[in-house]
Structure formats: structure tokens, C-alpha cells
Design a protein around this ligand. Structure first.
Ligand code: SF4
Length: 109
């Protein structure tokens, strides 16, 4: 399990039974510092922008990006960069997926 995910779970709700973690073995971020994906409290916007851009560059080359994003949206993980998306982007994607699921004849992406 990548260090960042292990740390992100601290204080979080228990995982659902049957949660699969195998995809994390191939995570591009597994040896990256967790501080790249989770900013410190009170982080200023310019520093946050630089940090998130670097994290997203790593996500862009990650072979398990879809699995990571699906996990983070389903859980949901509210903080940090997951699957190449920041917090607000993930919240927006979560709303879009919920909306699509609600439409008859449509399948969630
Ligand atoms: S998509 Fe990004 S955050 Fe998710 S496992 Fe890959 S590198 Fe890590």
C-alpha cells in the first residue's frame, strides 16, 4: 500500500468489506512523499498550485489512475490529490457521476 494512502486512512471511516487494494502496488506515487499529495493546514494558494501541479504530473503517468479515481470518488476521499484530480475537481466529478447514474438508460463512466 502506498504510504500516502495508508496515511490518508488515518482517522477515516473504516473501509467497506471487500475493498481491494491490489491496484496500489502499481501506483506511481508509492514512493513519493505524502506531502506532495496532501498539503499542510493553512497552505497558501500559490504553494498549493505548484504542489498540486507536480502531483497531477505524477498521476498523469500512473497506470492505475482510473482505479485510484474510482476509489477516491466512491469512498469518498475529500482531501488531497487522487486519480489526477484535486479536491474540488473530484467533488465535481462525483456530482457528475451521480447525475449520470440518475438518468434512465445511461451508464456511469
Ligand atoms: S493516480 Fe495519482 S494518486 Fe492515484 S495512485 Fe496513481 S499516482 Fe497515486
Amino acid at each position: 500500500m502506498p504510504r500516502r494512502i495508508r496515511a490518508a486512512r488515518t482517522g477515516a471511516a473504516p473501509l467497506a468489506p471487500g475493498t481491494r487494494w491490489a491496484w496500489q502496488d502499481a501506483a506511481e506515487c508509492r514512493d513519493e512523499p505524502i506531502t506532495l499529495f496532501f498539503g499542510p493546514p493553512g497552505e497558501r494558494a500559490p504553494e498549493r498550485e505548484v504542489r498540486e501541479r507536480r502531483a497531477k504530473e505524477i498521476c498523469a503517468t500512473c497506470p492505475v489512475r482510473p482505479e485510484c479515481l474510482d476509489y477516491a470518488i466512491a469512498r469518498p476521499e475529500k482531501y488531497g490529490t487522487w486519480g489526477g484530480l484535486g479536491e474540488e475537481e473530484r467533488a465535481s466529478e462525483r456530482r457528475n457521476r451521480t447525475r449520470r447514474r440518475g438518468r434512465p438508460g445511461r451508464r456511469a463512466a
